[in-house]
Structure formats: C-alpha cells, structure tokens
Design a protein around this ligand. Sequence first.
Ligand SMILES: [Zn+2]
Length: 288
Amino acid sequence: MISRELSHHSRKVLRRNNRRTAAPILPFFLLFIILSLIFYGIAQLPLPEGSPSSRSQSSLTDTNLLKAASQPSVPSASPVASQISQSSQAAQPKSLSAGEDVPWNLVLVNPWNPVPEDLSVTLTHLKNNQAVDERCYPDLQKMMDGCRAAGLSPRICSSYRTMEKQQRLYQNQIQAMLNSGLSQKQAEAEAGKAVAVPGTSEHQLGLAVDIVDEQNQTLDESQEETAVQQWLMAHCWEYGFILRYPTEKSHITGIMYEPWHYRYVGREAAAEIYEKDVCLEEYLGKAG
Ligand SMILES: [Zn+2]
C-alpha cells in the first residue's frame, strides 16, 4: 500500500513538473511550426520567367545540345540532357503561329503550301551551325541518343534554314542543272524536286533535319542502305519524327525520295503516320 501510494504521489509530482515546463515551450513550438510552413510555401512557389535559375536551365540545355552534336559518341550524357531539356521546354511559351488552328507540329509546308508568313521560330542551337525549333529539340536529342546507343553514328547535316539560305541552295541547284545541259525552265523544274523552292521548305520551320550516317555522308539513295537510316526508319516515329519523303509518295509530296529528311510531327501523329504508312499530306487529308 505504502509503496503504491508513494509511486502514485511521485507520478503526480512528475506530471505537475511536466506541465510547468511544457507551458512556456508550447507557443514557441507553434510559432516554429507556422514559420516552417510559411518558409516551405515560399520555397515551393514557381520561379518567375527569366529568373537566374530558369536562365541557367536553358543555358544548360544549350550546353547539352552542343555536347550532343559535337560528341556523337558519348551516349552517357543523354539521361541528364533529356531531363533538363524537358523541364526547360515546359517553361517555354509557344512561339510559332500558323495563322490558322493547326497545331505547330502539324503545319504543312510543301510546293503548294508555303511557310506561313507570320512564322516565328525560337531556335535551339546545335554545334556545326545547326539549329532546330526548341520544341522538337528534346525528342530529337532522345532520337540521336537512341541511335548512338544502338552503336551507330548519325550526323545532322542540315536543319533550320533562313529564307536566304534556302534561296542560295535553290540557286546552286539550278546552276548545277544548267551545267548539265538543261534549259532554264527545265533546270528550275528539276531543281525544285531536289531543293524546295524558297518559301516552301520544311527546313524553314525548324522542324526538319537531314541526318546522314557518318560512314556515308552523300545525299543520294545510297543513304537508304546505311545502318543509321535503317535504324531511323524503324524507330523515328517513337520520337515524334517521320521519314517525310518516302519513295512511293513523291507524286503526293512533290519532293523526290529523300531517305535522310526527317520531320517532327509529335509522337501521336508520327505513330499513326508510321502505322498507316501514309505521308503527311495524306494524314492531314490534303493529298492532291
Ligand atoms: Zn531536308
């Protein structure tokens, strides 16, 4: 009995002491919790556009691009590059206006549909003077990485072109045709099949790339046989790209077979175009 009483008494004393020490600490503890919550809330707020952190993110993207283009044999850089470019892409506003309700990735440019007049492209620059619309860059990077991971050596030899550049290429092509003995009219017609008439080239959208195999950088039908093209033709759709000018569709596209020219249309459209074995004109219901 005595011992039980004693222990009961000592518990009471202990409880009282606890209450005495707990009382002044409680407000400080609550204040600490509130301050922590406020601080956490501020830390979670999105960064304003152009803040130092978001700027450094896009410059990292450029660095990775440069790395990707200049060191084609380093696939190890790819996971980081993909992650960074994805987050920077999400922060970027849309920059291409087609003038109608066509999504930027499905704008049709061919001999009968010139590049929209109000076109403006925000470019991501690659090494070797190449550049693409920043919105197709992440998937392009992944496709190049995928191709390299398969042990191959793809090389982007042409990408975004200004009107001036397209004009220069077209004139050069006409000259080559004239040199081969064609009349001016014939030369222009033939040149237009190989190099799009200025103002009607997909390259002016920044969504087209010419990719060759480093083992064979000649732009002719021999590209088709290279390991790089075999891989790209089988896998480009997984990354949102299509082989834009297939051999059996020249009468619809107006452009000769080009087993090196890939156009970005987004993953959904690319998968459907690949599966149905159609060209972009057919997919958009604008064939002939
Ligand atoms: Zn091309």
